[in-house]
Design a protein around this ligand. Structure first.
Ligand SMILES: N=CN[C@@H](CCC(=O)O)C(=O)O
Ligand SMILES: [Zn+2]
Length: 404
């Protein structure tokens, strides 16, 4: 019997199902890459255990974590920028001086596809070791057709090489490249007329993203990118309202964006547009922490409006060189007062929705057996302590990929 076809049984586990903690200890059985039985322990009858491998008792079971916003593929390091920022130079100032994202662009252009793959693999392995079973990986450090496609190919290869589902996002509109320094509209032409069609033709992008900000692209330019994405049947998302309020989120929502990400400066009109469109708010505490931002995302207003909130690492070389999803659970609670349950939902069910995988990131009968069992007593403990080594078991598509 293959590893996946085995029937596996966990007893007495506390289950966080992607949205809530179930009220009593459960027995869970998986088979054939799916969860086939989820019953309260007091309803469990012993004959259900027949033919099952006993996987253990107790602990906390969650869906495999969904990291819905990362920039894992890049060349070079930005340690020098980290030091400059500690001395008081701001992120926007560094970008204006041609550093920041553009310094990673230069290192990424210089790196071969194989070199980028080898650099990104241990980063992704770190996420996997912390419970991730689905990850989004963006391009955005190539900024030519050739180099953006190179990044997306690396992302696809990572998903083939490692036990994790990779969703790719084309972020051609991340920064204005040096060769278009005084012609950002010309660069948007390239993104719309060449980059998006090429990525779509090769099936390399699952979505299209933009950076709508003063140091990047205007609302009107981002809207052109969305129109091109729509013409190629690709869903859209946006980095918006991170450093100022330009209204990019409301525009993205009008185009049916899967998500608006960062959104520290989001206003009431933006929240209303997101609610109407059903867009997910992706909260990125790693960038807020690293950049020592002061403007908090409007968590209470999002909560009151019923806009789902996802949480992600934003793992990247500049604004969030943090490759530990469970740290984000802690930061988003500590910095923004999400409850631990909201944080966990943000990195499971709502993270999946931000990738267009609605209904995934759940533990329920029939769901994919992408799940984690943790050596903790309550789901809240995952956000409470920042402590590597608590992942007892990880299943990807029903296959056991990690066990201690
Ligand atoms: N905000 C824009 N883009 C990335 C940062 C990339 C970088 O600094 O290299 C982000 O999500 O934080
Ligand atoms: Zn980002």
């Amino acid at each position: 019997m293959s590893n996946t076809e085995k029937r596996r049984l966990w007893r007495d586990v506390s289950v966080f199902d992607g949205l809530h903690t179930l009220p009593e200890p459960m027995a869970v059985i998986t088979q054939g890459g799916r969860i086939v039985s989820l019953v309260a322990m007091h309803d469990f009858v012993e004959h259900q255990a027949e033919g099952c491998d006993e996987m253990g008792r107790g602990g906390v079971m969650t869906p495999g974590l969904v990291d819905c916003h990362t920039h894992l593929v890049f060349g070079g390091s930005r340690a020098d920028e980290f030091e400059a920022r500690l001395e008081g130079v701001g992120y926007e100032e560094i970008a204006r001086r041609g550093g920041g994202i553009l310094s990673t662009v230069s290192a990424t252009r210089d790196a071969s596809e194989q070199a980028l793959f080898e650099l990104a693999k241990p980063r992704l392995e770190a996420l996997i070791a912390d419970g991730v079973t689905t990850v989004e990986i963006k391009s955005g450090y190539g900024l030519t057709v050739k180099d953006e496609l190179k990044m997306l190919r690396v992302a696809r290869r990572l998903g083939e090489a490692l036990p994790v589902r990779v969703e790719t996002t084309l972020l051609g509109a991340h920064a204005v490249p040096p060769e278009f320094e005084n012609d950002s509209d010309g660069y948007i032409d390239l993104v719309c007329q060449e980059m998006i069609p090429a990525a779509a033709k090769e099936g390399l992008a699952d979505a299209v993203d933009v950076f709508c900000e003063k140091i990047a692209f205007s609302v009107a330019q981002c809207e052109r990118v969305f129109e091109a994405a729509e013409a190629h049947g690709l869903p859209i998302k946006a980095h918006a309202e991170q450093l100022s309020n330009l209204g990019g989120t409301a525009m993205a929502a009008r185009h049916g964006a899967l998500s608006a990400d960062h959104i520290e400066y989001l206003d009431a009109a933006g929240i209303a547009a997101m609610r109407q469109a059903g867009s997910v708010a992706v909260i990125l505490p790693g960038a807020f922490h690293t950049l020592r931002e002061t403007q908090q995302p409007p968590i209470s207003a999002l909560r009151e409006a019923g806009v789902p909130m996802a949480v992600a690492t934003d793992a990247n070389p500049g604004s969030s060189p943090l490759f530990m999803p469970t740290l984000m659970l802690n930061l988003v609670c500590t910095l923004f007062r999400l409850t631990p349950q909201e944080a966990l939902a943000g990195m499971t069910a709502h993270g999946a929705s931000a990738l267009g995988l609605k209904g995934e990131g759940r533990i329920e009968e029939g769901a994919r057996a992408d799940l984690c069992v943790w050596d903790i007593d309550t789901p809240a403990a995952l956000a409470y302590a920042v402590q590597p080594g608590r992942l007892r078991q990880r299943l990807f598509q029903g296959e056991l990929t990690h066990a201690i």
